[in-house]
Design a protein around this ligand. Sequence first.
Ligand code: NIG
Ligand code: FE
Length: 413
Amino acid sequence: MSILIKNIKQLLQVHQDNIKIVKGADMKKLPLIENAYIYIEDDTIVEFGTMADYKTIDAETVIDASGKIVLPSWCDSHTHIVYAGNRVSEFVDRINGLSYTEIANRGGGILNSAKTLQNTTENDLYEQSLKRLNAIIAMGTGAVEIKTGYGLTVDAELKMLNVIKRLKQTSLAKIKPTLLAAHAIPEEYKNDKQGYVNKIIKELIPKASALRIAKYIDVFCEDGYFSIEDTDAILKAAKKHYLIPKIHVNQFNILGGVALGVKHNALSVDHLEELNNDDIVALKNSNTMPVALPACSYFLGIPYTPARQIIDAGLPLAIATDYNPGSTPSGNMNFVVSTACIKLKMTPEEAINAATINGAYAMGISSMYGSITRGKKANLIITKPMDDYSSIPYEFGDNPVGQVIINGQLLNP
Ligand code: NIG
Ligand code: FE
């Protein structure tokens, strides 16, 4: 299978070298080729350049991308797309005045989703999740991290991991699985949080690791959920099983989770709607990617992650959807890129870097995904006709995606 795309108005995120991350002031740079071509063989980017330098290539499929932009597919490094049912009624409760925390304290929230998921068969859960996965692929996402965390029992968490495994086997998208058993304290452990933490450490982590279906470990480090001590203990246990941390920190309160994540060499620390100077200092000289989730702030009406403070301190930043039934029932990375520009005051170049190469870094896959580089995987977005790439965030709420190529296959010819 070979695809040649010709007459591309702008080919974005073009790197001769295999870059893995973009930080600080460099995030304002988005290398591009005007009037370009790109050639793909099987699942790999083989060649690209200007049309002026183009010499005839015999490809099975030829696409004329006149007036269109081509860029690497979105890399969504934080989702919870395996869930059952929905939480529409809580959405309405919030409109009528209840807060996210009040709803959770009444047994709604994550516990509500856990109850539904526990009563859903693996097949049904797979079908519901596959629909969401296919929908986000059509909106330009080519690589996605998927968390557990709506099981909250050993069996239900393993059921979620199995569903992620099946999605990995059937989908063309690149999928990275994360064990987030420490997402909430189950009803039956209401007065024995330590008992649940022990269960995660002694039973769930070893079982998940033995089945080789989790790559990352996550903890919701937050008041009313898991403390710094709980998080530390879970990350320590996970390390023995080679699970790398990607953790939920600073969504509502600053507990010190950023420094803890850095101490454990976390791949990413996500949310950061609350952030102080100590957090910035901790992130400097670390390998940890800060991840902002602007669609979550939009939906819950909580503060936006201070992206300017992070980038202006010379740090990298990734953006992701947080797609889940409670705080972000949307997996639209185009909206996330727009919201990053509109609300986080990121430039279009910064937002596109954050949603491609840095998102790939936050999933540990940036040597193969996130930029237009020879040898990287052929996951591409071909936009609808537009004047300039800044129209992608500018036309917020619109779908800029015309066609997608995923793992070298054109999905919508
Ligand atoms: O990332 N913060 C914790 N977890 C999810 C929300 C989960 C839910 O409400 O179902 C999040 O926002
Ligand atoms: Fe999340």
